[in-house]
Each structure stands twice: as structure tokens, then as C-alpha cells.
Design a protein around this ligand. Structure first.
Ligand code: SF4
Length: 261
């Protein structure tokens, strides 16, 4: 890990910034990270690294610094990590940054796409845009990176129209995506969306809390109204696209990391 927490720290559904890392972002220096990589490479006789940061581009200089510097510390290093395609002018994920990362040994890049609907991204306070996600995917693919994303279905307020926008996004970007994890929405304890719901006595316009799942630190729920036919149809289409993407082989360069994260 190059740092703890997430510089954005605002997604309403996110449990990571609460349960794992506290609510502030702090980073190590690039040199400290590179020195540790050198030490770990010798200790474990490896050149493969997996970064566990919630957002490896919280401080864009970290991503650029690893890409530029790692060759001087670990020859032939290959690595993977997770980013957030945020809307800062410099989010560390420009076409040039992604190419430099690939040239510096990055093999796979993962990110939370969540939805193809801008309305829903805004509802989640995701701090990203459909347009910027699309550009990022194209640039990362052109740089030769294997791309993975997580998404979820059933976010409170999601409509058939939102799901159709997700379908269109997946249709358009399927050729560039190596893997998609399409989860059901989870209502994690302590998240802002959970708090808002608890303040309303466990029920809001879209969801009704059913039981506390202590082991998974989340709340069970039921939608207050059953999804309509158009929504169900769109969801099936999205699932079909995800299935088609996930059964393909991943890009060769990233095969050694298959099964990890
Ligand atoms: S960008 Fe990722 S880690 Fe940061 S708040 Fe959003 S979901 Fe959580």
C-alpha cells in the first residue's frame, strides 16, 4: 500500500473509507514505496506486485513516480492496482500517464465504473462522469493495460432507463474490458446511505431494511416496490453482456495476475 484512505472519500455507498482506513487520505513518499518494493522483491524472490490502495491515483504523483522509478529498483517489475476515474483536471490517468504506467510495468488497472448512467453516478456522489470513464477505458486499452471494473445493480432509485444506459455503455465498451464484476448493491453499516436510511427508521422511498447481517457488516433490505418489466429486461441484457465479457481470455500481459482481486 502506498497510502491509506481515499482522497475523494465521498461515495455514499462506500464502506472502505469508514471500516478500513479512517476518513482521511495519507500517503507515503514515492521513494519509500520504491524502496519497499525493492526489499520485498529480494525477500520473496518476485517481480510481481499487487497494490491494495483503495485509489492508487489519490495523489497522482505516486502513480507517475512508481511508473517512472520502479525500473531503477526492481528490474522487470510488473504490477496491478485500482484507481478512481475522478474529475480533477489532473487525476493521474491521462493518456500519457496510462502509457507511462504500462511502460513502467503496470499490467492491469481496475476501477469502480458502478453504472453507465450519469444520473445514478451523481446520486451515488461518485465524483466521476460517464464521459470521463469512457475516455479512460479507451486510453487504458490503447496503452495495453488489462481493464477490470466493478459495477452494481439495484442502487436505490435506479430505473429501467438507468439500466438501459448501463447496457449501452457496456455494449460500446465491451471490446476493451477484460473483466466486469457486477454485484448487487450492498447496504454497508456506517456508510452515508445507510445512515440516511436509519435516520428514517429503516425505510425510505426505495428500500426497506430487513435484518442486520453482522458477519458481513451490512443491512439486508427489500425494495419497497418490485422492479418493473422494463427494468428486469434491461438487467438481463446487462447480465448477458457481462457474461460475454467475462468468458473471454484476459490480455496476455496480465495473465499472471488472474484470480487476484
Ligand atoms: S472513490 Fe472508491 S474508495 Fe473512494 S470513496 Fe469512492 S468508492 Fe470509496
Amino acid at each position: 500500500m502506498t497510502g491509506r484512505g481515499c482522497q475523494w472519500d465521498k461515495c455514499l455507498f462506500c464502506s472502505d473509507v469508514i471500516s478500513v482506513s479512517g476518513r482521511t487520505f495519507r500517503t507515503r513518499s514515492v521513494e519509500s514505496v520504491l524502496t519497499e518494493m525493492q526489499e520485498q522483491a529480494q525477500r520473496h524472490d518476485t517481480t510481481n506486485f499487487l497494490f491494495l490502495d483503495l485509489k492508487l491515483n489519490s495523489w497522482p504523483e505516486m502513480l507517475r513516480g512508481i511508473a517512472k522509478g520502479i525500473g531503477g529498483y526492481v528490474q522487470g517489475a510488473e504490477w496491478i492496482g485500482t484507481v478512481h476515474v475522478d474529475l480533477r483536471q489532473d487525476n493521474g490517468l491521462s493518456r500519457a500517464d496510462l502509457q507511462a504506467a504500462a511502460d513502467g510495468g503496470m499490467r492491469r488497472i481496475s476501477f469502480g465504473l458502478e453504472s453507465g448512467s450519469q444520473r445514478l453516478l451523481d446520486l451515488m456522489r461518485k465524483g466521476s462522469s460517464v464521459e470521463r470513464n469512457a475516455q479512460f477505458i479507451r486510453d487504458a486499452y490503447a496503452a495495453g493495460l488489462s481493464i477490470r471494473c466493478t459495477m452494481f445493480k439495484g442502487y436505490p432509485g435506479e430505473t429501467a432507463q438507468d439500466m438501459m444506459e448501463t447496457v449501452r455503455f457496456l455494449e460500446e465498451h465491451a471490446p476493451y474490458l477484460d473483466r466486469v464484476r457486477f454485484n448487487d448493491f450492498s447496504l454497508h453499516t456506517g456508510t452515508p446511505i445507510w445512515q440516511a436510511m436509519m435516520e428514517k427508521g429503516g425505510v425510505d422511498a426505495e428500500l426497506r431494511a430487513t435484518h442486520q447481517d453482522e458477519r458481513r457488516a451490512r443491512m439486508g433490505y427489500r425494495p419497497t416496490t418490485a422492479p418493473d418489466r422494463a427494468y428486469r429486461r434491461a438487467k438481463l441484457r446487462a447480465l448477458d453482456l457481462v457474461y460475454q465479457i467475462n468468458r473471454r481470455k484476459v490480455r496476455n500481459a496480465a495473465r499472471q495476475f488472474d484470480g487476484l482481486m
